[in-house]
Ligand binder design. Structure first.
Ligand code: ATP
Ligand code: MG
Length: 148
């Protein structure tokens, strides 16, 4: 189930959440099943979760939602992080692209996370959507078509 998968990933990132005192809630119905490749969706959730933690200042919030809508399972992560400007939203899915390279060099990472996420979404014939405002936060919604 989506609920169990997200809770499992949360265990993996728990120490980082604690270090930054980030409050992370999961609003996913217990019985909601998403049809997809478990290992790949696990990796997708881990990448998106890690980004939200990395780009959210201390004492922030991260919320997961998952719901069925219009024949899609929608996985949504919302953070109160630094946000992504409109110009950058078009580029962050490129391999090795990172916003602000100097800052990024200090925070580690390769800039591959979101290109992997995009690849996984496409392998499921899904859609990924970003809503973000600089200094306010980011919401990323992954929609995976479900058979009816
Ligand atoms: P890696 O994931 O390989 O460790 P990375 O996090 O820099 O490195 P991506 O996950 O591909 O690479 O993200 C690309 C860029 O998008 C990041 O460098 C960051 O600037 C921006 N970004 C991604 N997620 C968020 C977010 N939730 N809030 C703000 N900026 C983000
Ligand atoms: Mg990343």
């Amino acid at each position: 189930s989506a609920n169990e998968l997200i809770h499992e990933v949360k265990l993996v990132v728990d120490r980082k959440l604690e270090e930054k005192n980030i409050d992370s809630t999961i609003d996913v119905p217990k019985d909601l099943m998403v049809l997809g490749d478990y290992n790949r969706i696990y990796q997708l959730v881990l990448n998106l979760y890690s980004n939200s933690i990395q780009y959210t200042p201390e004492d922030g919030h991260i919320n997961w939602r998952c719901f069925l809508e219009d024949g899609y399972a929608k996985l949504q992560i919302k953070d109160t992080g630094i946000g992504i400007s409109k110009q950058e939203q078009d580029r962050i899915f490129e391999r090795f692209y990172r916003v602000n390279r100097d800052r990024s060099r200090q925070t580690g990472g390769t800039g591959l996370g979101l290109s992997i996420v995009k690849h996984i979404v496409e392998a499921h014939e899904g859609i990924i959507d970003i809503e973000s405002e600089v200094g306010v936060g980011t919401t990323i919604t992954v929609s995976i078509p479900q058979p009816h």
